[in-house]
Design a protein. Structure first.
Length: 290
């Protein structure tokens, strides 16, 4: 039922009640049964979410679905431990925190995270409906000659949030296809012999983007940041933007190659001032060539 909250059905209010049967079943189950219920729930839910992976074969679909379902299975394993009948309020808060923790973990590992199917993504259409309601109210207040400054600001913020979430969903979808297909090519980024930092870049001309996975990057002081550089054949490095790795030193970057596709010869990661640089000025942490 939770899958109906996502496109193409996009019945986003279902997300507020769809988990109730599952939570009711696991709250007082034994941990082993909770693990099994969680896996069955997750396999059905994520299997419906990534149905398009079947284009690349049943093995790819079942592998990706099972990897996602393991997170709901482990949630089901710990849910009976968190739930206490005599403390319902604390138990509800605990289950919500546990679900949030596992969604965060699923969005971080493996391969930089499996973020497809997060509950937050169900609310994109809800933001659109809120946006439409704000627009109607805005017109009504305008006809009455009342001030609408506060409402206009809220409408603008809602529109930006909607657009941002839609762009994120589109990027995640494209990145998943690049990874699922193995990309048209890939290269490894390596650092100095003393460095443990590593990187792997996979790209697709058809999608017009690449996905860069990084690991073991050291944390930098506040006045410094990491910056990605891509190089045209016979040209100067072009900035791919600045970024901050997660606490474990990992990062996943979406690289929009655009007209660089076919002429991109290499990339590098450097340490730059906090605001970034127009040309590479700092030490090279990772570098690749293809």
């Amino acid at each position: 039922m939770l899958a109906l909250a996502f496109p193409p059905a996009a019945l986003w209010p279902i997300a507020f009640v769809a988990l109730i049967p599952f939570l009711w079943a696991v709250r007082e189950s034994r941990p082993r049964r909770g693990f099994l219920l969680g896996f069955v729930f997750g396999f059905a839910y994520f299997g419906a979410q990534v149905y398009w992976i079947l284009l690349f074969g049943e093995l790819a679909w079942s592998g990706l679905t099972s990897a996602n379902a393991l997170y709901t299975a482990v949630f089901g394993l710990f849910a009976p431990v968190v739930w206490r009948r005599e403390r319902p309020v604390r138990s509800v808060v605990g289950l919500a925190a546990l679900w949030t923790a596992f969604e965060f973990a699923r969005g971080s590992w493996p391969l930089g995270g499996l973020t497809w199917g997060g509950l937050l993504q169900t609310q994109v259409n809800g933001l659109k409906e809120d946006n439409d309601r704000f627009a109607v109210l805005y017109d009504e207040l305008g006809r009455r000659g009342e001030t609408v400054d506060v409402l206009q600001k809220a409408l603008t913020e809602a529109a930006f949030r909607q657009e941002h979430l839609q762009n994120l969903l589109q990027e995640q979808d494209q990145a998943m296809r690049v990874v699922a297909l193995g990309g048209e090519g890939q290269e490894d980024l390596v650092g100095t012999p003393a460095s443990e930092a590593r990187g792997r870049y996979m790209w697709s001309r058809e999608e017009g983007l690449g996905v860069l996975f990084l690991s073991n990057l050291p944390q930098l002081p506040e006045d410094s940041t990491y910056q990605l550089w891509v190089t045209r054949e016979g040209g100067s490095p072009v900035s791919g933007g600045t970024f901050t790795p997660q606490a474990d030193g990992s990062a996943r970057l979406i690289v929009r190659t655009g007209d660089l596709a076919g002429t991109l010869t290499g990339m590098a990661i450097t340490v730059e001032p906090a605001d970034g640089s127009t040309t590479p000025t700092g030490d090279i942490v990772l570098q690749g060539q293809r």
